[in-house]
Design a binder for this molecule. Structure first.
Ligand code: FES
Length: 266
């Protein structure tokens, strides 16, 4: 798993490219107001080194604009004393950072192996068809409606969402809707388009993409109770329940466990 520091270190852009990117990047036109600056400073204060704040900072700029714009990249670079190339390298590496404005809701359909075999591909095809226009299905990371406007939906297919025991699953703004079928998924999306917010199968109540991004940046705005939403389904903890019933426990870790030496970093 790559850390932001690994990605920054591996950035393919040399200083000349960084300069070019800087020339092409419009100055911050004021889209990030004082409240965003204050939140950025609060994020930075959480870490011993400011560059470690980059991931939540990118979520913060998404909460303002609905995606990571060039201004968002410049804002993060300025606040964290990083180059534009370093911020771009991270923002374009992780799929949760969007390069085009998202709809009010982001719908992510798992089409990885298990969900696909259980119907995830059929769910994705049904939603693409429903959200498309003029007989053309909606594409990956495309938006139905005006991005950000009420009822607008950005659709994407996603890799394994770590809920294979409840597949096929989809997420809306990263909240889970388990055990879906093409018909239940279509009903859900139609509800979102109509301005409703059906409760996820588990987890926090549904909000919208920008509010979810603010929460990912660590700001709950009076919605702290969202953290208490149940995240594990009975299926997920079934193995632990069986082990508890039967009195099974894992062997204790020896006091002086020896671990193999890690190879030296080059
Ligand atoms: S394959 Fe869909 S959650 Fe794992």
């Amino acid at each position: 798993m790559s850390t932001p520091e690994d990605v920054i270190a591996a950035s393919p852009l040399d200083p000349a490219s960084t300069r070019q990117l800087a020339e092409e990047t419009p100055a911050d036109t004021g889209v990030f107001g004082q409240d965003t600056v204050d939140r950025a400073r609060a994020i930075i204060a959480r870490y011993p080194q400011s560059r470690s704040a980059l991931l939540p900072m990118l979520h913060l700029v998404q909460s303002v604009e609905g995606y990571v714009s060039q201004q968002g990249i410049a804002f993060c670079a300025g606040q964290l004393d990083l180059s534009l190339a370093e911020v771009s390298a991270v923002a374009t590496f992780y799929t949760m950072y969007k390069r085009r404005p998202c709809g009010e809701h982001l719908v992510s359909v798992c089409t990885n192996t298990l969900c696909a075999a259980l119907g995830g591909d059929a769910i994705y095809a049904k939603l693409r068809e429903h959200l498309g226009t003029d007989g053309k299905p909606l594409g990956h990371e495309q938006t139905s409606g005006q991005p950000g406007a009420p009822g607008s939906i950005t659709l994407e297919h996603a890799e394994c969402l770590a809920a294979c025991d409840l597949g096929p699953v989809l997420q809306v703004n990263y909240e889970f809707y388990d055990n879906q079928t093409p018909d239940t998924a279509l009903e859900l999306v139609k509800s979102l388009q109509a301005g409703e917010k059906p409760h996820p199968t588990r987890g926090a109540p549904l909000t919208d993409f920008r509010q979810a991004e603010l929460q990912l940046a660590g700001f709950f705005e009076g919605r702290e109770a969202d953290l208490d939403g149940p995240s594990a389904a009975p299926e997920t903890v079934r193995g632990a329940a069986v082990a508890a019933d039967r009195g099974w426990t894992a062997p204790a870790m020896p006091d002086n466990a020896e671990f193999p030496a890690l190879p030296e970093k080059k």
